[in-house]
Design a protein around this ligand. Structure first.
Ligand code: G6P
Length: 607
């Protein structure tokens, strides 16, 4: 993770770097720093904590200059202190480096460099890089960087600035994402497009083992042997307004409220004359019809979306489906044959574990279809085909609109396979599509119930533990509910399949324990009601997410948040929303920084 940025041109570099870093803060916010060159001298400013502390310091005493690099950190090696903040430098403080990723062999490198007389200041893995460059600096900077990176093992994206060659930024990518932005008399480099979007829409994507030398008038890209590589220049078409909070206090709240429109957009793009259109899949129908097994691998919220999809794929498409957390998948020696399809789900398309899972699958000749939000991402580029979820940029660290967009896309994919395999008739398919079209309206109605959810949050925000229960398709949503609450409010929560509580978690229930029960009207309603009674019998506080008109639940639960009636298999797309709002309002009541929860980052590019 971590966000890196570089600028060279005629603008005042402090502000270009700060604006860019603000848009990269979702990648980490433990500390921030910049290095610039003014009148041939390298100067560095860094601060522990969020970017605003660095901004305050620069306001009081700017660095200045027209060339610089910047970094916002998510700590891996070394605590989030000022000393460990990037940029890091060599012994003479002439070379500055910002880095995203992990240098796995840094300890060996550091020991050798120390023996050779280099003096280290920080506990980071990154600091070996400027020292290695310094060691090889007998030729020019470009060659020294190439020689230095050949010593590194791990995944990284780095930017280098040196007062010896003060007109250029050199960057190298292996693993971590790096995008070069092209301007008029100015050029940029960043971990992600939003960082440079206000200033240019023309970009080039660096590939692994490519090095770029960036000056204000030129960008030269080479491989590590120095062979020039011609890069394609692409134009980005993200609306800038989608990167702002608008009138909302937090991006998360804005994104929760965007959900009905996102789902409408997906349905508009993907359904034409009652047919499901999934053109970008790049997998032909003959191949898909032969798929006998699906392996889904993903992390965090995307993993929960995969868990819901398993219920759908097995029920409607009759395809055996396994779901793995990516960080486990690649270490369990999964068996994959020619009739296995891998679905990789990732909002960012940069999650290191998910990417490693894809590579593992591809090494076994499995085709990979990725469900991504960022279509220019590494995961999108390395997959055989993609299904974009069309949610637009998601900035809040806790994923919301991407989740319901993933669910909608996965449901459409399931119906597509079910139709292809002659399991769903034309009429059944049309009926299911009609029901799906009611979902945006159902979510709009839930969004109008914010008062009720806020009151609920006010009642329980001081509790230190929560339990979330669900059954069937709503069991993964119980896990998603706990994840939202834990991520942004730091309240401990555990999620369980409701039928399983009697095997352990029921011992936790007493008059102090809020238990969020997902109990929409579906085929498991009666079973779920029994579990709710079990909670009440132990004096637990039941917060029910139930279907409009369910009076039975209102008589026994402490609080009820109603959702409109909808087709039972797709209720998770709607029940997710009150869970998101509950977590949001609890976190706000507790005074937490909703968009930047401690220790987390939006894009997790380390394994
Ligand atoms: C991080 C984020 C989560 C996200 C997970 C997977 O943990 O904080 O919100 O669900 O990564 O990310 P991906 O981009 O692969 O969906």
């Amino acid at each position: 993770m971590c966000g890196i940025i570089g600028y060279v041109g005629n603008k005042y570099v402090d502000s270009v770097l700060l604006v860019g870093l603000e848009r990269l803060e979702y990648r980490g916010y433990d500390s921030a720093g910049i290095a610039t060159i003014l009148e041939g001298e390298l100067d560095i400013r860094k601060k522990e904590g969020q970017l605003k502390k660095l901004a305050e310091s620069l306001n009081l005493k700017p660095l200045g200059g027209n060339i610089g690099i910047g970094h916002t950190r998510w700590a891996t090696h070394g605590e989030p202190t000022e000393i460990n903040a990037h940029p890091h430098t060599d012994c003479k403080k002439q070379i500055a480096v910002v880095h995203n990723g992990i240098i796995e062999n840094y300890q060996d490198l550091k020991e050798n460099l120390i023996k050779e007389g280099h003096v280290f200041e920080s506990e980071t893995d990154t600091e070996v890089i400027p020292h290695l460059i310094e060691k090889f600096m007998d030729a020019n900077l470009e060659k020294a960087v190439c020689r230095a990176v050949k010593e590194l093992k791990g995944a990284y994206a780095i930017c280098v600035l040196s007062e010896k060659e003060p007109d250029k930024i050199i960057c190298v990518k292996l693993g971590g994402p790096l995008i070069i932005g092209l301007g008029n008399g100015e050029n940029f480099v960043a971990s992600d497009i939003p960082a440079i979007l206000p200033l240019t829409r023309k970009v080039m994507y660096l590939k692994d083992n490519e090095i770029a030398v960036i000056t204000k008038d030129k960008v030269k890209v080479m491989n590590l042997e120095g062979k020039i590589i011609e890069k394609k220049v692409e134009t980005v078409d993200i609306e800038i307004s989608r990167l702002d909070k608008g009138n909302y206090d937090y991006f998360m709240l804005k994104e929760i409220n965007e959900q009905p429109r996102v789902i409408e957009k997906i349905l508009h793009e993907r359904i034409k004359n009652s047919k499901i259109i999934l053109d970008e899949m790049n997998l032909d129908k003959q191949y898909l019809a032969k798929v006998k097994r699906i392996i889904i691998q993903a992390c965090g919220t995307s993993w929960h979306a995969g868990m819901v999809a398993k219920y759908w794929l097995e029920k409607y498409a009759h395809i055996h489906t396994e779901v793995d957390v990516s960080s486990e998948f690649r270490y369990r020696n999964p068996i994959a044959e020619g009739d296995t399809l891998m679905l990789a789900i990732s909002q960012s398309g940069e999650t290191a574990d998910t990417l490693a899972g894809i590579r593992e699958g591809k090494s076994k000749f499995v085709k990979v279809l990725s469900i991504v939000n960022v279509t220019s991402s590494t995961i999108a580029r390395e997959s055989d085909g993609i299904l974009p979820i069309m949610a637009g940029p998601e900035i809040g660290v806790a994923s919301t609109k991407a989740y319901t967009a993933q669910l909608t896309t996965l449901y459409l994919f399931t119906l597509y396979l079910a139709k292809l395999n002659y399991i769903l008739t034309e009429e059944n398919l049309e009926n299911k599509i009609e029901k799906l079209k009611q979902i945006p309206d159902a979510i709009d109605k839930v969004l109008k119930k914010q008062d009720i959810i806020l009151k609920c949050a006010e009642k329980y925000y001081q509790k230190r533990d929560f339990i979330f229960l669900g059954r069937g398709v709503n069991y993964p949503n119980a896990l998603e509910g706990t994840l939202k609450l834990k991520e942004i409010s730091y309240i401990h929560a555990t999620g369980y399949p409701a039928g399983e509580i009697k095997h352990g978690p029921i011992s936790l229930i007493n008059q102090d324990m809020p238990v969020v029960c997902l109990i929409p009207k579906d085929e498991l309603y009666d079973k779920m009601l029994n579990n709710v009674q079990e909670v009440i019998a132990r004096k637990g506080i039941v917060i029910a997410i139930a279907t409009e008109g369910d009076k039975k639940i209102a008589e026994i639960a402490s609080d009820v948040i109603y959702i409109p009636a909808c087709q039972e298999d797709i209720t998770p797309i709607v029940t997710a929303v009150p869970l998101q709002l509950l977590a949001y309002h609890v976190a706000v009541k507790l005074g937490c920084d909703v968009d930047k929860p401690r220790n987390l980052a939006k894009s997790v590019t380390v394994e």
